[in-house]
Design a protein around this ligand. Structure first.
Ligand SMILES: [Zn+2]
Length: 262
């Protein structure tokens, strides 16, 4: 629900006009004055029609005579005014409502200038434009069966099903042949990762669910494998651990035990 606020000055009760109202109607009259202001605030234009005072007395909880007396005294004191059509209004409330309308309009203009009409949609769409053709070209085949199905054409599979909250975004796409896609069921494996490992590929960050995380996981696994190979003295002929890669991993901040903070 949209909320509206109206300044209530800390010293309002000691305002000269308010003091006159309180002198005549007491704290109860002061309370009624604020309730009438609230009703004015709820009206689009900020007015109260004279013929609505009967109904108003019921909602406020005072009798019609008392309410009429308080309102006419507010007019006499200068807290309320009467327009040419006989409706009551508060200059301060009208000004406040105009200010709120200006703020609202200003905010809308500002948002439009920054983002256009469909800001989020536009930015998201811009990010993923042309990514699907690029992905087909990058992998070149079905990332699950590596083309063993004999089907060259690949379909855009959403790794996490859209019905399960998956996003329609490159990070959640993978090319699958019709056979693999049809047998997918509830399988939500990102087959691109194993494909990249096997083919020494590095996916663009935009396609990975967590930016570079997948690339780092691949590095982590390779590092672990290399360590095991190095420690095995019988394993002659294995590639030594690449010192540059270790430097890179140290720079990224992966602990020696290989655990990742995500
Ligand atoms: Zn396939």
């Amino acid at each position: 629900m949209k909320r509206h606020y109206f300044d209530h000055d800390f010293s309002a009760r000691n305002d000269q006009k308010i003091l006159r109202l309180r002198y005549k109607h007491g704290a109860g009259g002061y309370g009624v004055y604020w309730m009438v202001l609230e009703v004015m605030a709820e009206d689009t234009e900020g007015y109260i029609a004279p013929d609505s005072i009967g109904g108003l007395s019921l909602t406020i909880g005072v009798d019609v005579d008392t309410l009429s007396s308080i309102i006419s005294d507010c007019v006499e004191i200068g807290l309320f005014k009467v327009c040419a059509h006989g409706n009551y209004y508060s200059t301060r409330m009208i000004n406040h409502k105009k200010l709120m309308a200006d703020f609202s309009e200003h905010g809308k203009r500002g948002a439009k200038a920054r983002w256009g009409n469909n800001s989020v949609k536009v930015r998201r769409t811009k990010n993923k434009s042309n990514e699907w053709p690029k992905m087909i070209e990058f992998f070149g085949t079905c990332v699950k069966c590596y083309g063993k199905s004999g089907l060259e054409h690949v379909e855009k599979d959403h790794i996490i099903l859209l019905s399960k909250g998956g996003e329609d975004h490159p990070s959640n796409w993978q090319p699958l042949c019709a056979k693999c896609n049809a047998s997918k069921g509830l399988d939500m494996t990102d087959y691109r990762i194993a494909f990249c490992e096997k083919n020494s590929l590095s996916m663009p960050p935009l396609w990975t669910p967590h930016g570079q995380c997948n690339a780092i996981r691949v590095e982590k696994r390779k590092r672990k494998e290399n360590k095991q190979a190095s420690s095995n003295k019988n394993n002659i002929g294995q590639e030594p651990v690449c010192p540059e890669r270790d430097e890179l991993l140290d720079a990224i901040g992966i602990p020696e035990d290989g655990s990742l903070p995500f």
